[in-house]
Design a protein around this ligand. Structure first.
Ligand SMILES: CC(C)(COP(=O)(O)OP(=O)(O)OC[C@H]1O[C@@H](n2cnc3c(N)ncnc32)[C@H](O)[C@@H]1OP(=O)(O)O)[C@@H](O)C(=O)NCCC(=O)NCCS
Length: 164
């Protein structure tokens, strides 16, 4: 069973460790890429009103993170992003399930109208997660991110509350 819960201080170190893994953070936005993320950094990120972080549990064990960033209550929109921390459970659909659950929180409790995500053009696993979770490709910004040292396109996906 896959569940999500709001990230609390007792998991800052674990999540910071996942975010500090270069094999994971190479796919994330530049603010996380190639850096070491301490509990202090996590605390600052969690306190921002623009962010919400959710720890994913699979059969009770913390295994990943789904987050909302750029939360804009005025325009009722946010960006969603995620990572699998425990690679021993990859490919089981856990992240897809967790993304679906966070979309429900965003459109339900948070009353957002639209969610978006962007991937590096070569991030095929993340593309698949978004497609399986019901997101639709919305366009691209050319050469707008760096994947493994190569400048590549950002590919955007979106989901509207009315279609969720
Ligand atoms: C992206 C990520 C979260 C996916 O985790 P996961 O546990 O494998 O996710 P899921 O099991 O829900 O779905 C993965 C899907 O991608 C597919 N996939 C995995 N690697 C793939 C690849 N190289 N090419 C094509 N598809 C791939 C899987 O087969 C699965 O699809 P399926 O169910 O149709 O078989 C994980 O790889 C990760 O943490 N990556 C680094 C961080 C990251 O990229 N975050 C997203 C930033 S936008």
């Amino acid at each position: 069973m896959t569940t999500i819960e709001e990230l609390a201080p007792d998991h800052f170190e674990l999540v910071g460790g996942w975010l500090s893994d270069p094999a994971t953070n190479r796919w994330l936005a530049s603010e996380w890429r190639g850096r070491s993320v301490t509990s202090v950094v996590m605390g600052v990120a969690v306190r921002s009103k623009r962010n919400r972080f959710f720890v994913i549990r699979h059969d009770g064990q913390p295994c990943g993170l789904v987050a909302l960033a750029a939360v804009d209550i005025g325009d009722r929109v946010a960006m969603i992003w995620y990572l699998l921390g425990d690679k021993s459970v990859s490919g089981q659909g856990i992240i897809t399930q967790a993304v679906k659950q966070v979309t429900q929180v965003a459109f339900g409790e948070m009353h957002l109208c639209s969610l978006y995500a962007w991937i590096m053009a070569d991030n095929l696993a993340s593309r698949r997660v978004l497609e399986k979770a019901g997101f639709r490709e919305a366009g691209r910004i050319r050469q707008a991110t760096c994947s493994g040292g190569e400048q590549v396109d950002r590919v955007y996906f979106d989901m509207a509350a009315e279609s969720a």
